[in-house]
Design a protein around this ligand. Sequence first.
Ligand SMILES: C[S@@+](CC[C@H](N)C(=O)[O-])C[C@H]1O[C@@H](n2cnc3c(N)ncnc32)[C@H](O)[C@@H]1O
Length: 273
Amino acid sequence: MTGKMGYLAQRTKKRLRNVTARFLDDGFGGVARRLAYHLGWLREIHQRDAQFDKTLGVDTKGPVGLWHLKIRSDNLQDAIRYEGVSPAIFRQAMANLAENFSDFTFIDLGCGKGRALLLAKEFGFSQIVGVEFASELAAVAQKNCAQVGVQATVLSQDAMQFSFPPGNLVVYLYNPFGSTVLNPVLDHLLESATAKCYVVYVNPVHRRQCFDSRPQLQYAAGDSEYAIWTAQPLDNHANSMTAAPTRYARDRTEVAPAPQPEHAERAGPSTIN
Ligand SMILES: C[S@@+](CC[C@H](N)C(=O)[O-])C[C@H]1O[C@@H](n2cnc3c(N)ncnc32)[C@H](O)[C@@H]1O
C-alpha cells in the first residue's frame, strides 16, 4: 500500500503494536498509565504552543497529522507529523554553537509551520531556509515569517530533493523523518558541504542508525533532547564549489511570500535508534 492509505495503515499498525506490547507487559494498568502520560504531554504542548503563538501573533500549533494534507511524495510513509519544537530546547541546542552566524545559512529540513525559522532569527543568520513537503504547512510557515518580519525562504518540496547551498551551514532537523529519507539526505549534505557545517538534530531518534557511524560527522554536543555534529567537507569538494551560485532546489516550489502586515516552534518522547 502506498500514499496516504499506506501512511495511515502504517501509523495505525504502529499504534496497535505499541498498545498490545504495553498490554502484554503491564496489563490494563500499563495501558491506562501510558494514556494518562500521553494526555498530560498533549496538554503541556498545547499550553506551550498557545503561549508562543499568542506572543508573536502566529500559528505554529501542533500536532498536525499528515494524512489529510496535500503531499505528493513517496516519502510520506517515512514522515513524522508536524509538531513545533520546544523553544527552550531549540535555544539550548543552538547555544552550544559558539559561532557568529552572520555568514551562516540556517536550513530547517521539515520546517512545518516554521517555528524554528522564527526562533532562528534570534541568532543572526545571514539566510534562513525552510523545506517542507506539505504545501499547506509551508504556506503557514511563510505567513508566520512575514508576520514577524523574518526574511526566510520557504520551499514546498521534499527534503530528499533539496540542494544544499554553498557556504557555512547550520542544518537543523526536529525528527522529521525516518532513516529511509534521513540517510540519503545526509549523504547528499556530506557530498555537498563546502565550508563550516553543523547538523543540529532535536529528538535524535535515528542517531545511532544514521549519524554515529559516519566518519565525516564529529559529535560535538548534546543530551537526550538533541545532538550536534560538525560535518567535515570532502576535500575534493572544498576547493571546487566556492564560486557556485546559491541554489536551493532541484525540483521546488517556492511559496509565494504572504503580504506583510500593515504594522509590522518534539515529535514524541525520545527513543534512540
Ligand atoms: C516534527 S515536525 C518539525 C517542525 C519544525 N522543524 C520545528 O522544529 O518546529 C516534522 C516536519 O517534517 C515534515 N516532513 C516529513 N518528511 C518530510 C520530507 N521528506 N520532506 C520535507 N518535509 C518533511 C513534516 O511534514 C513535518 O512538518
